[in-house]
Every structure is written in structure tokens, then in C-alpha cells.
Design a protein around this ligand. Structure first.
Ligand code: AFD
Ligand code: MN
Ligand code: MN
Length: 430
């Protein structure tokens, strides 16, 4: 029996009140889609099956390099983070898995942690290693790099940590390791740009050798920060080169915030898919750089265009098409639970809109070079208000139609503020 953190009676009571209006809106949209030959229930069923993982570190208030403003009742350990992630999934019904980060989420007994999550209705997604920070008592520093360090003992330590993460992940039921390193330089001339990439690939191949056969090793590129002159895996080209050298089980992970401004990310998605190297996503949004803002809050159209490529790729794929979907955001000014339910709804909404694209019409217009008709075909789907589909999918899965209203009414955070120990000040994790 799943232990739901929010009263199921409260959810049911709210849903009963909200259901008549939802039924009306759903029927109206159903009629509108039916005129175009589309079946709303089939779209809704695909949305019901859609899942995006949440990052354990996203459950706490993020911070900037300048400050962190703690929230009363925010989680301070993996157990409390799981409880908050259970709220997100209970109300939103789109986030069944949690992606943990080590050593931040280290515990003594991972079998017990897996059960604890299962009791809350959650599973584990990709495990993340951390060689971008030093830990107390660590033998080698990562100040000048980890997998690409010039110091052999540092590279060995970074490799060993990643292999530890794989071992932990096996116990948690995870099937992938995400590797993002902060390695790079701040000064021209600081490191040789060619041989540092060689060192990275050589060290990464040792991690790859320890990967179980049914696992994926996801390489996450990032243009800048913490290194401000050069980053070792700075872009999808470097990521693709490394993934191709490592082998079949190595794939590229696209964090939407890790590109130069205005880069055409949907085209990167199409390219990586063509190369068979599209591993997955870290969804977030940005205005200026790696801002880790809520998914679709700044540029929802870009998110839709990414999903348009994903639906296109899924339709064309011979075998199973299942890149891993994860949120990676830093919540500096909101309650992280609210941000992650809102983001998962936005992401599922972009997926629903991409499913609404009249593919035959789009392909015909593309074939005929009818530019305006092709554009309007995409725009028609993007302009459709899919809120009734999302709310109905949520309700049928046992979530809350008005998730924000239910969450606020539940006073969950206020209760946690009484129970949990306060978080300290200081700069946050970005
Ligand atoms: C980084 C990356 C990466 C990493 C995270 C840690 O996006 O996914 O694990 O932040 O906070 O910028
Ligand atoms: Mn990321
Ligand atoms: Mn990031």
C-alpha cells in the first residue's frame, strides 16, 4: 500500500468539486479535435503514461553563487527529499522516479532506501556522480579537474567514485549513470585543449568498462561554469565524440540550459537521434545562460519544438524509443514542490501538443515546400490549450485536478516547517 503524504480524502474532495467543469472543458476540446480527425482519449492515454524524473537536489531551495534563501520546512536529507518527491508525484502524477546525486544522497543501506521510495510510490532514475566538488577528508582535490586532471591519482579517484555510483545505482534499481564534470580552464594556456580531452576519454572508458550491460552512461555537456574559458565537454559535438569513442552504451544528455544563447536545441536533438546517441534530457529553462529556471517558464515554444522532434523520432524509430526525461532546475524563489509539479505539467503539455501535430499534413507541406502551411500546421498544435487533457490524465491517475489548490490547502510545507530542522544560510548548489 502506497503511503500518500497528502490526505487522499482532501484530493478526492477537491476533485469532486472540480470535475464538472473539467468534464465540460474536456468535451469541448474533444469535439474540436474530433473535427480534425483526432481522438482526445488516445492523446490523454499517452499523457497518462508519460513520466519525467525529478532531481533529488531540486527538492531543496537552490541558490546562486551569491546566496541561498532557505525555505522553512525544506528537506535536508534524502529521506525528506523522497517524501517531498512523493507529494509531487501524488498530486501531479507525472514524476514517478527520482534521480539521486552522490555523495549528497549517501546512506548506509540502499536496499532499505529503495523500499522506502517504493512505499512512497517512487522508483529511482539515473544516478549522478559528483566530481565537481571536494568532500571533507577526500585525498585528491578536484580544483584543477577530475576525469581530465593532469594528476593520475585524481583521475583514479574520480573513476572510483563513478564506479561506486554504479554500485549504488544497482542497489536502487537504477539503469543509468549521468556524468557531468566541471573540468575545464579559466585561462588560455592553462591546459592543452587536445590532450585534456584524451585524458577525459581515457578515464571515462574505465567507468564505461564497469557499466552493467543493460545500463546507459549519459554524458552531459555544458558550455561554461564552473570553468569560464574552456570546458572539457562543452557542447554536443564534444559529447558525441566522447560517446562514440566509449561505445554503444554511452549516450549524450541534453540539458536545455547548457548551450550558447539562441542555439537551435531542437536541431541538436534531431542530430543526436540520427547518430543513435540521444540519451536523455535535463529539462529547465533559461534567459541568459545556465539559469536552471522552471521548464517552459521563459521559452515554452522551444520546449514544444524539442518535443516535436521527439514525437517525430519516436514515430520513425524501428525499435523502442525511450530517451530518459528528467527535470534539472534550481528553485530560488518558489516552493520546489510547486515548481516541480508546475514544470512536469508544462513538459507533459508540450508532449501533448507535439502529439496533436497533424503529421501527414506537416510532411506533405514539407514535401511541397509549402512553407506557410508547414509552419501553420505546427502552430495549430502549439496554440491548442491542452489543459483539459493534462487535468483529466492527472485525475484518472489519482492526482489532483487543481494541484496547487490542494497542495496549499494541505498545509504540507507548514507541517514540515514544524517537524524538520532548519537549513543554514550560505551559497547554494547551482
Ligand atoms: C549542473 C548540471 C548537472 C549537475 C547539477 C548539479 O546541470 O546536471 O548534476 O548541475 O547541481 O549544472
Ligand atoms: Mn543538468
Ligand atoms: Mn546545469
Amino acid at each position: 500500500m502506497t503511503q500518500f503524504p497528502i490526505s487522499t480524502d482532501l484530493v478526492a474532495e477537491h476533485n469532486n468539486g472540480d470535475r464538472p467543469a473539467l468534464d465540460e472543458d474536456y468535451a469541448a476540446l474533444s469535439a474540436r479535435l474530433a473535427r480534425k480527425g483526432m481522438n482526445i482519449d488516445s492523446i490523454k492515454d499517452q499523457v497518462k503514461d508519460f513520466g519525467v524524473a525529478v532531481p533529488s537536489w531540486g527538492a531543496g531551495r537552490g541558490g546562486t553563487r551569491f546566496a541561498k534563501f532557505p525555505l522553512a520546512g525544506e528537506p535536508t536529507n534524502i529521506h525528506e527529499k523522497l517524501e517531498d518527491c512523493a507529494v509531487i508525484h501524488q498530486l501531479g502524477q507525472a514524476t514517478p522516479r527520482v534521480s539521486p546525486h552522490f555523495p549528497w544522497d549517501c546512506v548506509d543501506d540502499y536496499g532499505a532506501l529503495r523500499e522506502e521510495a517504493a512505499d512512497l510510490g517512487l522508483g529511482f532514475d539515473a544516478v549522478n556522480s559528483n566530481t565537481f566538488q571536494d568532500q571533507v577528508g577526500q585525498a585528491q582535490t578536484y580544483a584543477t579537474g577530475s576525469l581530465a586532471s593532469t594528476v593520475p591519482a585524481t583521475r583514479e579517484q574520480a573513476v572510483a567514485h563513478n564506479i561506486d555510483c554504479i554500485e549504488i545505482g544497482r542497489k536502487l534499481g537504477s539503469e543509468s549513470l549521468t556524468v557531468w564534470v566541471g573540468d575545464g580552464t579559466n585561462f588560455p594556456g592553462q591546459q592543452d585543449l587536445g590532450s585534456s580531452f584524451d585524458r577525459y576519454v581515457e578515464a571515462a572508458s574505465q567507468i564505461y568498462a564497469a557499466l552493467p550491460d543493460d545500463w546507459t552512461m549519459m554524458l552531459e555537456h555544458k558550455m561554461f561554469e564552473p570553468a569560464f574559458y574552456s570546458s572539457i565537454i562543452s557542447d554536443w559535438g564534444s559529447s558525441l565524440m566522447a560517446a562514440q569513442e566509449l561505445g554503444e552504451k554511452a549516450k549524450c544528455l541534453v540539458d536545455l540550459g547548457h548551450h550558447a544563447p539562441n542555439v537551435n536545441i531542437e536541431q541538436i536533438v534531431a542530430r543526436l537521434n540520427r547518430a543513435g546517441k540521444l540519451g536523455g534530457f535535463h529539462f529547465n529553462d533559461s534567459k541568459y545562460g545556465d539559469d536552471d529556471l522552471d521548464s517552459g517558464s521563459i521559452n515554452p515554444h522551444q520546449l514544444f519544438l524539442v518535443f516535436n522532434e521527439l514525437v517525430e523520432a519516436a514515430n520513425k524509430s524501428d525499435g523502442p524509443f525511450n530517451p530518459s526525461y528528467m527535470i534539472d532546475q534550481s528553485h530560488n524563489v518558489t516552493d520546489p514542490i510547486e515548481s516541480m509539479i508546475s514544470s512536469s505539467e508544462t513538459i507533459a503539455g508540450c508532449y501533448a501538443k507535439a502529439l496533436l501535430v497533424d503529421r501527414d499534413a506537416l510532411h506533405a507541406a514539407q514535401h511541397d515546400n509549402d512553407v506557410m502551411l508547414a509552419f501553420r500546421t505546427l502552430r495549430a498544435a502549439y496554440s491548442t490549450d491542452v489543459a483539459p487533457i493534462l487535468a483529466m490524465a492527472r485525475a484518472e491517475n489519482g492526482g489532483a485536478i487543481d494541484w496547487l489548490g490542494v497542495y496549499r490547502k494541505s498545509q504540507y510545507r507548514e507541517r514540515k516547517a514544524q517537524e524538520r530542522k532548519a537549513v543554514g544560510l550560505g551559497a547554494g548548489i547551482v
